[in-house]
Design a protein around this ligand. Structure first.
Ligand code: F6P
Ligand code: MN
Length: 427
C-alpha cells in the first residue's frame, strides 16, 4: 500500500497554500499598517523603519507563495536558524531541487511560512519581541469572556462536588476533557485570521457535539490516570483565547481530582500558526483573567499565579515545537525534550497541527491504527484532542468515513468533528 506525504497540490493543502496563507500574510500587513501609530507608541525609539520592514517582508513573502517561489535559507540569528537551513538543504538534496510552495510537503512549507514571518521580526532591534498576531489573539480572548466565566464557574462548583463525592470524578473528567477538545475549534489559522472565538456556553454545546466525536478514548485516558499514582502530566498547548482557557481548566481539574500532582504546559517559542500560545500570551491571559470581576475567574486567576510560583504548573518553551519536524524525529532532533517527556505519566496533545506532526502528515488509510501511525513515537502514554482541520485522520472503523462524508462533505477540514485518541504504549 502506498502511503503518501501530504503535498501542497493535493487535498486541503492546495486551498491552504493558494488562499488561506496569502490571506494570513495580507492580514498581517493590513493590521500593522492600520495600527501603525498605536504600535509605534509602544516603543521609546522610533520604530517606523522596522515596522515598514516587517510589512514589506510579509508582502514579499505573500508574493513568493502566490508565484510558487522556492524556499530560501533564513538570514536571522535566532538559535534555530542553523537547524532550519540544514533541513532545507536536506530536503533540497532529497527532492533534487529546493522545496517550493505548491510542490513540496505541506507541513514543511506551512511551518516555513511562520518561521519566515518571524525572521522579519528577528531582524529588528526595537521590535524584536513584537507579535504580528498579537492583536488577533487578544481579541479572541476578549470575545470569549462569557464562555470563560461559565466554564470557570463550573470548575469551581465541580471542585466542591468532587471533594464531597469522588465518584463524580469520571463524569467530570469527561466534561473538562471534551470542553478542551472543542476548544480546539477556535483557532485563527483555519479562519484565515478572522474572528473565530467561542461565544456561546461551552457546556451546553457538549451534548449536541457528542455524536461528532469520531473516536472517543476518554475512558482509556481516565483508566490510565486512575490506575496508578500519576505525578507528571503534560499538555502540549495549541491556541490562545478560549482554547487556552479550556486547557487551563482541564489542568486545574486534573490536580483537584488528584489525577496528577504537576502539570507541564508547553508553549511556542514565537508566534506560530496565527493563534498558538506563546509565553507572552500565557502571561497576558493570566493577567487579563485577574482583571475580570467574577468570583470564579478571580479565584482561578489568583490560584494559577500561585501554581506557577509553587511549580504545580510548569510552563515550558522548546524550539522543537516550532521546527518543521514530525514527532517521530523528536528523539533525534530534540533528545532533551524527548527524554523529559519520557518522565510524563501522560501527555495530552492539543490540536490539528500536533495531530499532523504525530502522524507524520501522511495520508494513512482512515482505518489505520493510531498506535501504528505514531511511527515509533512512544515517549509516554499519550492522548490527542483534536478537531479535524486537515486530511489526516486514522482509527476509524471500515466504512465510517463514507457515512460521515455523506452527512457533511467537509467533515475532514471544517473543525466540526473531533477525535480523542489515546495510546498507552511506551518504548
Ligand atoms: O490550531 P490547530 O488546531 O493546530 O490548527 C491549525 C491549522 O493548521 C492546519 O493544520 C494547517 O493549516 C490546519 O489544518 C488548521 O487550520
Ligand atoms: Mn494552532
Amino acid at each position: 500500500m502506498l502511503i503518501y506525504k501530504i503535498v501542497s497540490f493535493c487535498s486541503f493543502a492546495y486551498p491552504t497554500i493558494k488562499e488561506r496563507l496569502p490571506v494570513i500574510l495580507a492580514k498581517i500587513a493590513d493590521t500593522l499598517y492600520r495600527t501603525r501609530e498605536k504600535i509605534k507608541s509602544q516603543y521609546q525609539d522610533d520604530a517606523s523603519e522596522e515596522l515598514k520592514s516587517i510589512i514589506g517582508s510579509c508582502s514579499k513573502l505573500r508574493n513568493e507563495v502566490q508565484t510558487n517561489k522556492v524556499a530560501v535559507p533564513l538570514q536571522d540569528s535566532r538559535d534555530d536558524t542553523r537547524v532550519w537551513n540544514q533541513y532545507l538543504q536536506t530536503v533540497t538534496e532529497r527532492e533534487g531541487s529546493p522545496p517550493s510552495w505548491f510542490k513540496s510537503p505541506w507541513l514543511y512549507m506551512e511551518c516555513y511560512m511562520y518561521r519566515r514571518i518571524q525572521e522579519s521580526v528577528e531582524k529588528c532591534k526595537i521590535m524584536k519581541e513584537f507579535d504580528v498576531f498579537g492583536e488577533q489573539k487578544e481579541k479572541s480572548f476578549t470575545d470569549s469572556v462569557y464562555p470563560t466565566e461559565i466554564v470557570m464557574m463550573h470548575l469551581l462548583e465541580t471542585q466542591q462536588k468532587i471533594k464531597e463525592n469522588a465518584e463524580l470524578i469520571p463524569e467530570a473528567f469527561k466534561v473538562f476533557l471534551k470542553v478542551c477538545l472543542w476548544g480546539n475549534k477556535c483557532d485563527l489559522s483555519i479562519s484565515g485570521g478572522e474572528d473565530n472565538a467561542q461565544k456561546t456556553s461551552p457546556l451546553e454545546q457538549l451534548d449536541k457535539l457528542e455524536p461528532n466525536i469520531l473516536i472517543d478514548n476518554s475512558n482509556v485516558a481516565l483508566n490510565h490516570l486512575q490506575s496508578r499514582k500519576c505525578e507528571r502530566i503534560d499538555i502540549v498547548l495549541d491556541n490562545a483565547g478560549f482554547e487556552l482557557i479550556s486547557d487551563l481548566c482541564f489542568a486545574e481539574f486534573l490536580l483537584s481530582a488528584g489525577l496528577g500532582s504537576t502539570i507541564y504546559l508547553h508553549a511556542k517559542a514565537f508566534p506560530w500558526f496565527v493563534s498558538d500560545v506563546t509565553k507572552k500570551d500565557f502571561n497576558w491571559t493570566l493577567q487579563k483573567l485577574g482583571q475580570i470581576n467574577h468570583i470564579a475567574v478571580s479565584n482561578f486567576a489568583q490560584l494559577w499565579k500561585e501554581r506557577l510560583n509553587n511549580s504545580s504548573w510548569i510552563l515550558q518553551v522548546h524550539d522543537f515545537w516550532t521546527l518543521p519536524f514530525d514527532y517521530s524525529q523528536m528523539e533525534t532532533y530534540a533528545p532533551d525534550l524527548y527524554q523529559s517527556l519520557q518522565k510524563s505519566d501522560m501527555i495530552f496533545f492539543k490540536g490539528d497541527l500536533n495531530y499532523r506532526k504525530l502522524l507524520g502528515d501522511l495520508k494513512w488509510p482512515f482505518t489505520a491504527s493510531f498506535e501504528t501511525c505514531l511511527h515509533d513515537f512512544y515517549p509516554a502514554p499519550l492522548c490527542v484532542l483534536r478537531t479535524s482541520k486537515s486530511d489526516v485522520l486514522v482509527g476509524l472503523p471500515e466504512g465510517r468515513d463514507e457515512e460521515i462524508k455523506a452527512q457533511d462533505k467537509d467533515w475532514l477540514v471544517n473543525g466540526n468533528w473531533g477525535v480523542i485518541n489515546a495510546c498507552l504504549k511506551t518504548k
